[in-house]
Design a protein around this ligand. Sequence first.
Ligand SMILES: Cc1cc2nc3c(=O)[nH]c(=O)nc-3n(C[C@H](O)[C@H](O)[C@H](O)COP(=O)(O)O)c2cc1C
Length: 187
Amino acid sequence: MSQVHSIAVIVGSLRKDSINRKVAHALAELAPSSLKLSIVEIGDLPLYNEDIDADSPPAAYTSFREALKGADGFLFVTPEYNRSVPGALKNAIDVGSRPYGKSAWGSAKPAAVVSASPGAIGGFGANQHLRQCFVFLDVLCMQQPEAYLGNAGTFFDEHGKLNEKTRPFLQNIIDAFAGHVARTLKV
Ligand SMILES: Cc1cc2nc3c(=O)[nH]c(=O)nc-3n(C[C@H](O)[C@H](O)[C@H](O)COP(=O)(O)O)c2cc1C
C-alpha cells in the first residue's frame, strides 16, 4: 500500500453547528486512502501574546504546535468574517508561526484552502487572505482547483447529510488535494 499522509485540518469557525466543520467532516469521509484527515482544534488557544510565550508557553500553544509538526500537510476549511480570515483562525496561524525561526508550519508542506459561506461569494476574501499568509510561512498551497463554496447553507440536510449535488464538487477538491500532497512530498 502507498504511504498514508496525515493532514491536520483547521476549521476557521468555532460554532457548534458550523457549516465549515460539516464540510471538513465530509471531505474527511470522501478523502482517498492516501490521506488521513484529523481536525486540530483552535478554540482553546489564548490570543497570541509574545509575553506569555516567552519562558513557559501555554500548554494549548505547545500541543497545537506539536500537532502541526506531526502533520504532513494542512487543510483549512473556513468561513469569511468581514471579507477576511476569522480572528480565531488568524490567531491559530500566528501561534503556529512562533517562536521566530521555529515555525510549526514547517517548510514547504502542502496545504489547501476551502472556504464556505451561506452567501454567494463563498468566502473568497478569507480564502485569498489565507493564501497571502502562506507565502510568508512557506506553506505550499494548492492553486487549483480553487474552492469557494457559495450558498453552503443548502449543502447539508437537517441530519447533517451532504446532498448528492454537492458531493462530486467536494470529491474533486479532495482528490486534487491528494495529488497536490503526493507531488509536493514526492512520495
Ligand atoms: C463576524 C461575522 C462576519 C461575517 N462576515 C461575512 C463575510 O464577510 N462574508 C460572508 O459571506 N459571510 C459572513 N458572515 C456570515 C458567515 O458566512 C456565516 O455565519 C457562516 O455560517 C459562518 O460559517 P460557519 O457556519 O462555519 O460558522 C459573517 C459572520 C460573522 C459572525
